[in-house]
Design a binder for this molecule. Structure first.
Ligand code: BG6
Length: 518
């Protein structure tokens, strides 16, 4: 599949101020400025556009612009090239603010009012809170109290995960936000929903007549969703120690992918119709009690090992991690969606840090052909697979069976691979920022999704906390704890290798995998 640049048929959003809290933080540096600059280059920012970067440190606009330029050069898919850069930078301003000091919000307001004279005064305001969630409620209330919401224009709030630590804290946070913003004005980011191939799932499903009729428990044996990373906890131990893989990845990204695969066709391709169908999946997902979780959920923590041949420390040796930490860096689970379409089909999910490869993939494994019949007399004919590759390549892979050319009845798996490296496709954040600025919340998380996801995850977290689900270990650079292999194996399945995972040949792999299970 060929990528085209993210411009075709798209219009620039209405003029608006983009007010970014956490302007010198990691997310802003690595994702937001590169995405905004890319949008600018594609003429997809509002005209006029004005960005107010808000953070604690003291600096002037010039210093801030220099920093933003460095970050775009370092992390962007396109470096800041001078001509275009000047135009972008001229719209970037810096406003120091301590979120604990209400009077600083007055200063911010005065600064925006003053700048409005030179850059135009769009009354529309988008506030992006790229900061610790503890501040979300506080900042939202101050925006209102200190008059930063312009009564003539629209107001929107973009916030990052984690949205709460559990259902109770998410509720509290939400009710604070609701004092200032309505649900339709809140854009909760799950950046997986901005990924090209995650958005493509509905197109693959609903634009191809060969898939929808078989997209159910009569034809599908199981679904596997992997999101593996090679990085460790990096500099985020403070956050990660209390989050772990369950809250960091499962509650949001992994469940979003489950929803996209499993949802019913929406009545129309409209935001709320799509989100309604996704929510129904969450409602049908079987909720395990903390006791049941032990049969369906595995958690692990990485030990020292090697990634790409280089030694790496174990999780407990990472800076900022407690030497006796029980935080999980890996989770695998077997989920069931108890509705007519999916009853009986296991959805296996797994995610972890310091695994063998960086990969995000969704495998749809179709049912086997009947045994003792024709080409499957010995029962070793491989199943058909449809693999949706999200990262590091994007595209699809379809595995079929066919006769080996030149033989009489030798049946072999043949692979149709339609994937390409994802370097050229726009970053998830480009899409999401653009969509939020345009006012399209389809690929953002609605409150009922968040709360239902917590209802599913909270009992698992409880079972982790009191060790009803034991903490396994795995060497860095592996595919997770042995217990994770046993999850599908107990049902007669196995994890299919992801793109780039060493597989001598598909045929060989099938034989090897069958041997493992039998
Ligand atoms: C983030 C998590 O949401 O997603 C990180 O907080 C994780 O821990 C990241 O590394 C993975 O995203 P991606 O796009 O690299 O798969």
């Amino acid at each position: 599949m060929q990528h085209t640049e993210f411009t075709q048929g798209l219009e620039a959003p209405n003029p608006q101020w983009f007010i970014l809290f956490g302007a010198t933080g990691d997310l802003a540096k690595r994702k937001l400025y590169p995405a905004l600059y890319s949008l600018y280059r594609n003429r997809l920012l509002p005209e006029p556009f004005a960005l107010a970067g808000v953070a604690r440190g003291a600096m002037d606009d010039g210093q801030f612009r220099e920093l933003v330029r460095e970050w775009v050069d370092k992390h962007g898919r396109r470096p800041a090239t001078s001509g275009d850069w000047e135009g972008f930078a001229a719209r970037v301003f810096y406003c120091p603010l301590d979120a604990n000091r209400p009077e600083d919000f007055d200063r911010l307001r005065a600064r925006i009012d003053q700048l409005a004279r030179s850059v135009g005064d769009p009354p529309n305001r988008v506030f992006y809170l790229a900061m610790a969630p503890d501040f979300f409620g506080k900042v939202a209330l101050q925006l209102k109290a200190r008059g930063l919401l312009h009564e003539r224009g629209f107001k929107r709030l973009i916030i990052e995960k984690p949205f709460g630590h559990d259902l109770a804290s998410a509720h509290k946070l939400n009710s604070e936000l609701y004092q200032v913003f309505e649900e339709s004005e809140i854009y909760r980011i799950d950046h997986y929903l901005g990924k090209e191939m995650v958005q493509n799932i509905e197109v693959i499903r609903f634009a191809n007549s060969i898939f929808e009729p078989v997209w159910n428990n009569r034809s599908i044996a199981n679904v596997q969703i992997t999101s593996s990373e090679t990085v460790g906890v990096e500099e985020r131990a403070g956050y990660y120690e209390s989050a772990g893989a369950l809250r960091d990845m499962v509650q949001n990204h992994m469940l979003q992918m489950v929803m996209m695969v499993a949802m019913e066709p929406p009545s129309r391709l409209h935001t709320e119709a799509i989100r309604d169908e996704k929510v129904k999946v969450l409602r049908s997902l079987r909720r395990y009690t903390a006791d049941e979780a032990a049969n369906h959920v595995v958690r692990g923590q990485y030990l020292a090992g090697a990634i790409g041949g280089a030694p790496v420390p174990g999780y407990r040796e990472e800076p900022g991690v407690k030497p006796d930490s029980r935080t999980e860096t890996f989770v695998a689970a077997r989920l069931f969606i108890d509705n007519f379409r999916w009853a009986g089909v296991p959805f296996y999910i797994r995610t972890g840090k310091r695994m063998a490869l960086k990969s995000t993939e969704i495998v749809i494994q179709f049912r086997n052909m009947p045994e003792h019949l024709y080409f499957n007399e010995d029962g070793t004919l491989g199943p058909n697979l449809l693999v949706i590759r999200v990262n590091p390549v994007e595209g699809m892979y379809l595995q079929l069976n066919a006769k080996r050319p030149g033989t009489e009845g030798d049946v072999v798996p043949v692979a149709m691979e339609f994937s390409q490296p994802r370097d050229s496709s726009p970053e998830a954040y480009e899409r999401l920022l653009y969509e939020a600025m345009r006012g399209d919340s389809t690929y953002f998380t609605r409150w009922d999704e968040v709360s239902l996801a917590w209802k599913l995850v909270d009992p698992m977290a409880e079972a982790f906390a009191d060790e009803r689900v034991p903490l396994s270990t795995y060497p860095a650079g592996s595919w997770g704890p042995e217990e994770a292999r046993r999850l599908p194996a107990a049902d007669g399945f196995w994890w299919w290798p992801v793109y780039g995972e060493e597989t001598p040949s598909v045929e060989h792999m099938l034989v090897r995998r069958y041997a493992q299970v039998l």
